[in-house]
Design a protein around this ligand. Structure first.
Ligand SMILES: *Cc1c(COP(=O)(O)O)cnc(C)c1O
Length: 434
């Protein structure tokens, strides 16, 4: 292969891939027709924040919810305007409040950990499993206190969390489980769908996810009471609890977390495409992994026993016995590659680590989240400092390599270029040693 003989791009040589990678677009004619139907109706949202038959939204929202409930075998599906608001509604629904503690992961999108703060409760960080990157049951157990009320688990990168062990632990301590399955639509564990592996599951429909409607979220639960409380928090609970005769007023100051009819129409079309999109994604993962099977610097993602992984991203592990440093090597590979069409500003979709440990964010380090005084973090017992979750820090700083080159729009020839870039840099790795 001639291209491998050229100087590395990072040293001024030609890139392996100049042409942009194909845009990952899942929106088509179906969505346009469905949106036009809503536009023609003249009613873009049909929620009323009052004790009224429209309290639960318009016909498209309800149809969308019925479709999601059916797909995942849930008794209730409730749409919201984002996963972030969904997590807040879920934590409100289980009744947490000031003084309560909620165990969260230190390695996820920040909303997975901050939701408890909106009710004055304290997120308590636990560490993750080094091979699946989901919460570690032993670490969870080590931070349970008499104040612990719930656990927010995350199916990170599309891998279902360790539901069997963590549910057993939760039962023992009477804790609720909120499953943040934003990255895992279509994942499963021993036949149970991600989203149904806790008391409440929360999907995201923002535009980075497997399927999307611009912005949006869907909650799943089998619990009638939790479903009702979510619907109240979603839509101005305070104005309807009186007429509805609700007596437990905990967290019954609602928000406007309502999804519009337009987004619901798109979300329904997108759900129809999920299984096909997943099949394609699995094909891309299989192809990439077969091509990279002999590549000694990277270990391909582990899959939990009994699990189907949804591969939101493809999260590999760097072999730290390799002489060249991970960050230097990955910078060199990135220099060989191009961006995705439409997403040029986001750079090459290959990175070292995911996001920094959440406890290092300013809100935690400065213990200031919702108030200058009486902040829930003021007297929280954890130290928001380097060293709190060693596995997360090791993954982030030394081991993890994440990329998006497995999205359905990638063809095999595109993946070949990615593999070639890794090989070219590997062959010339000595030039990266200083
Ligand atoms: C995307 C994402 C969120 C936030 O979703 P929004 O719909 O943008 O609020 C939360 N948690 C995880 C794990 C995510 O990937």
């Amino acid at each position: 292969m001639l291209v491998k003989k050229h100087k590395l791009a990072i040293h001024g040589g030609p890139k392996v891939r100049e042409r942009l990678f194909p845009a990952h677009i899942t929106i088509g004619e179906e969505e346009k027709l469905a949106v036009n139907k809503v536009l023609d109706s003249g009613i873009l949202s049909n929620f009323l924040g009052a004790h009224h038959e429209n309290f639960m939204g318009g016909v498209t929202v309800r149809d969308c919810e019925a479709a999601w409930a059916k797909r995942f075998g849930a008794k209730h599906a409730l749409t919201v305007n984002s996963n972030t608001s969904g997590l807040i509604a879920a934590l409100g629904a289980i009744g947490i409040g000031p003084g309560d503690e909620v165990i969260v992961t230190a390695y996820s999108m920040c909303a997975s950990a901050t939701a408890p703060l909106f009710y004055g409760a304290v997120p308590v960080f636990a560490d993750v499993e080094p091979d699946t990157f989901c919460l570690d049951v032993n670490s969870i157990e080590s931070v349970i206190t008499p104040n612990t009320k719930a656990i927010v688990v995350v199916d990170l990168f599309g891998q279902p969390y360790d539901a069997h062990a963590i549910r057993t632990l939760a039962q023992k301590h009477d804790l609720k489980i909120i499953e943040d399955c934003a990255q895992a639509p279509g994942a499963s564990l021993d036949g149970e769908h991600a989203g149904m592996l806790g008391d409440i599951g929360v999907f995201s429909l923002n535009y980075h996810k497997h399927i999307h409607c611009g912005e949006g979220g869907v909650l799943l639960t089998d619990d009638d009471n939790l479903a009702q409380r979510i619907s109240l928090i979603r839509n101005h609970a305070e104005s309807v609890v009186g007429p509805m005769g609700i007596t437990d007023l905990t967290n019954m100051i609602g928000y406007n977390f309502r999804m519009t009819e337009i987004e619901a129409a798109i979300a329904m079309c997108q759900l129809d495409k999920l299984d096909t999109l997943l099949q394609t994604r699995w094909g891309r993962v299989k192809y990439f992994e077969s091509k990279m099977s002999g590549f000694e610097a990277l270990t391909m993602p582990a899959v939990r026993e009994g699990a189907t992984h949804a591969y939101y991203s493809h999260s590999c592990l760097w072999n730290t016995t390799v002489q060249v440093a991970r960050n230097v090597f990955i910078d060199a590979v990135k220099a060989e590659l191009s961006c995705f069409e439409l997403r040029q500003k986001e750079g090459v979709k290959l990175g070292v680590g995911y996001v920094p440990p959440i406890y290092l964010l300013p809100a935690f380090r400065q213990r200031c989240s919702i108030g200058k005084t009486h902040d829930p973090l003021t007297n929280a017992w954890q130290n928001y400092e380097i060293g709190l979750c060693p596995v997360v820090e090791d993954l982030h700083n030394r081991r993890m390599v994440v990329h998006d080159f497995i999205v359905p729009s990638m063809q095999e020839a595109d993946i070949d270029d990615v593999v070639l870039a890794f090989e070219k840099v590997w062959d010339q790795r000595d030039t990266l040693l200083v």
